[in-house]
Design a protein around this ligand. Structure first.
Ligand code: ADP
Ligand code: MG
Ligand code: MG
Length: 891
């Protein structure tokens, strides 16, 4: 017989942390904590397999389920000394969903289940507190009514608000038992009119109703969207946890709270969290009352830290904190309740954290001996480093502060204010920087938060939905800025005398919580010691080299600062657009008189020589790969009337003639047109000039620095051996001429991009003429798929959304197609030339998943944009660890 139900607590723990696939994260950790002697109220977990079976069998439960649930419930009754549905001393339970990974969009928890008109009286008598009993009952009806029976939450709020106004009560805790009784009657009326059925009074019906709602929510649209976004298979299913209630709403010696074993914003080893006296469940997160801090050290004047209000439970919580960290070897996010000074732990999981915190925690824990250096390397998500390299507000910049909220997720962001997730997404899709402003956020806003630069809420604390989600996504967030009044209908926000309409700009400082008017300038951040330590550890294990794609001195300097080991791609054409050069470039293209043309080309030479020399200087002996002119010539042509006139004058032609020449150069399919080595073959003077400039620059800088310079000349868009052979010969002839003129010698390399399928297939032939290959995976993706990157926006998202492609192949390499060509190119290239140097210089060079692939196929280096260099160094280290030992990391 299949075991569908696993008990936990009070000495019977059938689950373990490793069983999260079967029990969900919440259930597995409840069992693990209970087994380790922590105070967990007893309960049981209905497995994820029940969820799968439920959907496979037309929404029917397995036959043995009911009996197993009843048996587990009996055990909980015994250990609590209470009975479910008993009119004198009833057992109440919570019903909690829990998938393998925590997932917004799943059913919300239902608390206090088991109450009805009789059991509520029993609870009042057995607790000696009628107010508490009726408070629990109304909470239950409200949660069950909205979560299970689908009556919108705000209807209940309206009833309550109306009642409070009529009877002039302000705080929920001041409402009496009798008053709650009246509200309960209104709630039930609301449910029967709205849902069309009565609120179920039988505890058994309530229990199965809630269980059914959890399983039902697995397939609701919100959960489906979330799964799609995070690539979670629908087959995983969710578990259901049924757990005996403990009460934080029984008076002033009771509380509920959420805490982190370390600061999730900074990573500091400081106990961190929020709690509320005389409250239940999500009150802390929901922002109904202002939560209070845990520790005295973290409290401001007028606050009431738990350390002083509930010292005994606080001391116990400190003990739990250290037990859990030592046990899980990671920062934990803990949910707890205090009932009459006794602490209960209701959940633990690895806490979400900012990139800065992830870094600090990993380094600290490795130093504390809790984890190894290799663990620390694996722990920090490579792509999150990006966030640490991004700007903060320029301290010298002028600014007008509007208000201050909580510093919920660090960084600085400026953008146009929008008030809905939809608007946010729409504007961001057009390339606009946007700040999403909400009273508070919910899972429906997640896609908008993703599209936003930053998020601002007027309600909620450091553990509110907005704060937690923003930190996870690396978005800047200021939460709970209570002095802002948001008017959704008018599309405005008002702070004192300022009214800001949708589309106007504000700036957020997520590190301080400040909100500024307009756009405040930002500066690049300083790299912390922790950052450098982690990079050092990563460098000591990685095999792949990391270079940067850079052509400007600025980019090259940034790349070196971030640890690039050379330049893997300098695009010479980017140097052609400078205001002092573009005129000459245009003359070179348009002139029909050979002498005029040669003069223009000769005029470009000193510019190129200086450009190359400055790259060589910055790279000081590290390899620098320079790609010869690649894009179609017409990209440089004049468009405006004034530009045409300028060229016409320089060439002594009429504007009409220039216009006609431009029209003649236009191509239908420029990306597949007259570009790359095809240009070098038909206009050899251009490549000859570039090669000459490059070699002269290398000679100059070699003398200057007194150490060897390593120029690598890269020939783009090669499809055939003959193309490379001819272009190479021409380059070598030019190099020989220059070196003879200079009376010196120099080591240089000539290689090619592999960016056409034919080149990958013919790699063995092409390698006869190449010292190195650099896979140009942007063009290789375009040409393998036969799709143009610039035009893919209209259908590629559809492909990804509908599962026609697992991911955007321009973001993460398509292993099966494009990747197979890379693999083939590597094998065939090395067949001919075993010490052929192999790199990749597409956008994929900075994508961690793609880097893992490049490690597998054995490339020598990746080259990526300067800001991605640290990401690539860490990803390369993680990839090396993964290939070296294929055992996964349990966290
Ligand atoms: P989520 O998955 O959204 O975190 P939980 O199942 O953890 O939902 O429930 C939310 C909150 O409800 C918990 O943090 C806790 O405060 C409260 N809660 C859940 N179960 C119980 C219980 N058995 N006794 C008291 N409070 C509970
Ligand atoms: Mg929880
Ligand atoms: Mg290319």
């Amino acid at each position: 017989m299949t075991k569908w139900v696993y008990s936990f607590g009070d000495g019977l723990n059938e689950g373990r942390a490793e069983m999260r696939n079967l029990l969900g994260g919440k259930g597995a950790n409840l069992a693990e904590m209970a087994a380790n002697g922590l105070p967990v109220p007893p309960g049981f977990t209905i497995t994820t397999e029940v969820c799968s079976a439920f959907y496979e069998n037309g929404r029917k439960y397995p036959a043995e389920l009911e009996a197993q649930v009843n048996e587990a419930l009996r055990r909980v009754e015994q250990s609590m000394g209470l009975r479910f549905g008993d009119a004198t001393a009833p057992l109440l339970v919570s019903v909690r969903s829990g998938a393998r990974v925590s997932m917004p969009g799943m059913m919300d928890t239902v608390l206090n289940l088991g109450l009805n008109d009789e059991t509520v009286e029993g609870l009042a008598r057995s607790s000696g507190d009628a107010r508490f009993a009726w408070d629990s009952y109304r909470r239950f009806i409200q949660m069950y009514g909205s979560v299970v029976m689908g009556v919108p939450h705000h209807h209940f709020e309206d009833v309550l608000e109306q009642f409070k106004r009529a009877s002039r009560v302000e705080d929920d805790t001041a409402i009496t038992a009798e008053q709650w009784r009246a509200i309960v009657a209104d709630y039930r009326h609301l449910i029967s009119t709205h849902a069309g059925t009565e609120f179920p009074t039988s505890p058994q019906d309530q229990l199965w109703g809630a269980i059914g709602a959890v399983f039902g929510s697995w397939m609701n649209p919100r959960a489906n969207t979330y799964r799609k976004l995070h690539e979670i298979p629908a087959s995983w299913g969710t578990a259901v946890n049924v757990q005996s209630m403990v009460f934080g709403n029984m008076g002033d010696d009771c509380a509920t709270g959420v805490c982190f074993t370390r600061d999730p914003s900074t990573g500091e080893n400081i106990f961190y969290g929020e709690y509320l006296i005389n409250a239940q469940g999500e009150d802390v997160v929901a922002g109904i009352r202002t939560p209070q801090p845990m520790a005295c050290a973290r409290a401001e004047a007028g606050q009431h830290p738990m350390e002083t209000t509930l010292p005994q439970a606080y001391a116990e919580l400190l003990r739990v904190r250290s037990v859990l960290e030592t046990h899980y070897k990671d920062m934990q996010d803990i949910e707890f309740t205090v009932q009459r000074n006794v602490l209960y732990i209701l959940q633990t999981r690895s806490g979400k954290r900012t990139a800065a915190a992830a870094l600090k925690i990993a380094i600290d824990m490795a130093r504390e001996g809790l984890i190894t250096q290799e663990d620390a390397i694996r722990r920090v998500p490579a792509s999150s480093l990006d966030q640490l390299l991004h700007p903060t507000l320029d301290p010298k910049a002028e600014r007008v502060q509007l208000t201050r909220g909580l510093p919920a997720s660090p960084g600085a962001a400026a953008g146009a204010v929008v008030f809905s997730a939809e608007e946010c997404e729409a504007r961001a899709a057009k390339g606009e920087d946007v700040i999403l402003v909400r009273i508070e956020t919910s899972p429906e806003d997640v896609h908008g938060m993703h599209a936003a630069r930053g998020v601002l809420t007027t309600r909620g604390g450091m553990t509110s939905h907005a704060a937690v989600v923003a930190r996870g996504m690396g978005r800047v967030c200021v939460a709970g800025a209570g002095s802002i009044h948001v008017d959704y209908a008018a599309g405005t926000m008002t702070i004192g005398a300022h009214t800001i309409a949708q589309g106007e700009w504000i700036t957020l400082d997520g590190g301080t919580g400040a909100v500024y008017l307009g756009r405040v300038p930002t500066i690049a951040p300083a790299l912390s010691d922790d950052f450098n330590t982690l990079m050092g550890w990563a460098d000591s294990v990685r095999r792949l080299g990391v270079r940067a794609n850079a052509e400007t001195p600025d980019d090259a300097a940034t790349a070196r600062r971030f640890g690039a080991e050379g330049i893997g791609l300098a695009r010479t054409e980017h140097m052609f657009f400078g205001p002092d050069r573009i005129g000459l470039v245009r003359q070179m293209i348009i002139a029909d008189d050979e002498l005029v043309r040669q003069k223009a080309i000769a005029g470009l030479l000193p510019f190129q020589r200086d450009d190359f020399a400055s790259l060589f200087r910055i790279m000081a002996g590290l390899p620098v790969t320079v790609r010869l002119l690649d894009p179609p010539l017409h990209e440089f042509l004049p468009h405006e009337e004034a530009e045409m006139a300028e060229v016409a004058q320089a060439l002594g032609k009429s504007v009409e003639e220039v216009r006609a020449r431009c029209a003649a150069l236009a191509e239908t399919n420029p990306m597949l047109g007259h570009r790359g080595c095809r240009l070098g073959l038909t206009s050899p003077e251009i490549y000859a000039m570039q090669v000459r400039a490059l070699i002269q620059a290398a000679v100059i800088v070699e003398k200057e620095l007194g150490k060897p310079i390593r120029p690598e000349i890269m020939i783009p868009l090669v499809a055939t051996q003959a193309e490379l052979a001819t272009t190479r010969r021409a380059a070598e002839d030019e190099i020989a001429r220059v070196l003879k003129e200079e009376g010196t010698n120099l080591n240089y390399y000539i290689g090619t991009m592999i960016e056409l399928p034919r080149a990958a297939i013919q790699a063995d032939k092409i390698a006869e003429y190449a010292d190195f290959f650099s896979f140009g995976t942007n063009d290789l993706t375009q040409t393998t798929f036969g799709l143009s990157r610039d035009d893919a926006g209209s259908f590629l998202p559809y492909y990804v959304d509908n599962g026609l492609l697992p991911r955007d192949p321009f973001v993460s390499i398509d292993r099966d197609g494009v990747g197979a060509l890379v693999r083939l190119g590597v094998e065939r290239g090395r067949q001919t030339c075993p010490d052929l140097k192999l790199g990749i210089c597409g956008e994929h060079g900075g994508d961690p998943d793609s880097i893992a692939f490049f490690e597998e196929v054995g490339l020598d280096y990746v080259s990526c944009s300067p800001f991605r260099v640290p990401v690539a160094r860490l990803a390369a280290a993680q990839a090396a660890l993964a290939t070296r030992n294929r055992v996964g990391n349990p966290a």
